[in-house]
Design a binder for this molecule. Structure first.
Ligand SMILES: *Cc1c(COP(=O)(O)O)cnc(C)c1O
Length: 400
């Protein structure tokens, strides 16, 4: 560590109310890990839980574990735990499938509900800079339901929702720039227009407070392997607002969402509640890894997470400004706190090669085409000294 910013980082780390959380993660020595917005770090307790699930629950109890170890009800139980992080009262979130699949369920179901009220609605609004999978899935969902997709800048979604709009699909935080969108405003505008909202929380859940119930969001989806640290390919989640559950008509009605799955009935009768969002057999190993990964949130106030996230990203930007010669990088992450998620994105010539060299020197972020360096700040295990070192190494890589 060097200089005034290094000393300031030490002071900030010493005063950090979340600093004890870092010890709950298994982090590689000598590495500054700033890619938790892509794959969260490993919570140390996960390995022991998985060993028990595999050795005892699967190995010894076998099929009995579906009931005796609580496997069958785990998607809703773990969903309720995620609910605590996204402002959702129990009974509205189910865990399973990927985000991509849940976007499909949510967009089709939103269009179907909007059409019940107004059959002429034929438009799905999406944010033009959406994560690709959401856009691809929305296109197909629109084609299947006789709608067309209209892509508009996220900032215009609220203003563009109109009498033809059936559903509005919004990424809460832009994966590339880290811009935080105004979910309450988009939701209110969609509702005024008579449309439903589907929010993708991949880059906000676990990074900042989300208030799904309070804002009246209709559907929400998100992955659990980014800020929720569930592990590679851990199952995603689907939120369906309580009042909408009876009208939620899933386009993927599998046997697991049947009201009585073991009746093995040829006729489909949907389950009540969050279970209606299920499709097939749950991903038990990765679901229970996620269950234990969520223990790191015990006793954590999301207001503290948000405050530290903003302090970290502010501090990193200051260090970059101090260390990196003028004009070499340009931040595309909003300066305003109200518009910032929990990452810093820097445009930089030759960003791909620059990131490769950063990783070689122990600073792990990622590169998004065409020219963006992404640095994710995860307040439970990232410290201010990490931010200072990352900026210093970036300056070294870029040269004088
Ligand atoms: C990470 C991410 C996804 C990933 O979808 P998968 O189905 O898990 O691959 C989707 N949408 C957004 C906005 C993301 O950031």
């Amino acid at each position: 560590m060097s200089g005034a910013l290094g000393r300031e980082a030490a002071v900030l780390d010493a005063a950090d109310v979340l600093r004890a959380k870092r010890a709950e993660f298994a982090l590689a020595d000598g590495t500054v890990y700033l890619d938790g917005n892509s794959l969260g770090a490993l919570p140390g307790a996960v390995a022991g839980r998985l060993a028990d699930v595999i050795g005892r629950e699967w190995g010894q109890l076998g099929i009995r574990s579906w009931t005796e170890s609580g496997w069958w009800s785990a998607p809703e139980r773990v969903g309720d735990r995620i609910g605590g992080l996204v402002g959702a009262a129990p009974g509205q979130i189910v865990v399973g499938d990927s985000t991509s699949v849940n976007v499909f369920k949510a967009v089709v179901a939103a269009v179907r509900i909007a059409r019940e009220r107004a059959p002429g609605r034929d438009e799905v609004l999406v944010d033009a800079a959406t994560f690709p999978t959401d856009g691809y899935v929305a296109q197909s969902a629109a084609r299947m339901t006789g709608c067309r997709v209209r892509a508009v800048p996220a900032a215009d979604l609220a203003g563009e929702a109109g009498p033809r709009t059936a559903a509005v699909l919004v990424n809460h935080v832009d994966y590339r720039t880290g811009r935080l969108h105004d979910l309450p405003a988009v939701t209110a505008a969609a509702h005024t227009a008579g449309a439903l909202v589907v929010a993708d929380l991949c880059h906000s859940a676990g990074a900042l407070p989300v208030e799904l119930d309070a804002h009246g969001v209709d559907f929400a989806v998100g992955c659990t392997y980014k800020y929720l640290n569930g592990g590679p390919g851990s199952p995603a989640y689907l939120y369906v607002r309580h009042e909408l559950q009876p009208r939620f008509d899933s386009p993927l009605p599998g046997w697991n969402s049947h009201a009585d799955p073991f009746a093995m009935s040829p006729a489909y009768t949907p389950a009540d509640g969050a279970a209606r969002g299920r499709v097939g057999t749950p991903e038990i190993l990765s679901l229970l890894a996620l269950d234990t990964a969520l223990d790191v949130w015990d006793g954590v106030a999301l207001a503290d997470v948000r405050a530290k996230s903003l302090a970290l990203t502010d501090f990193f930007l200051r260090c970059v400004e101090e260390y990196v010669p003028e004009g070499r990088v340009e931040s595309v992450t909003p300066a305003a706190h109200a518009e910032r998620g929990s990452q810093v994105a820097l445009r930089c010539a030759g960003a791909g090669a620059v990131m490769e060299e950063l990783i070689r020197r122990g600073v792990v972020g990622d590169f998004r085409p065409p020219d963006v360096l992404r640095f994710g700040f995860t307040p439970l295990y990232t410290g201010f000294a990490d931010a200072e070192r990352a900026a210093r190494v970036l300056a070294e890589v870029l040269g004088p």
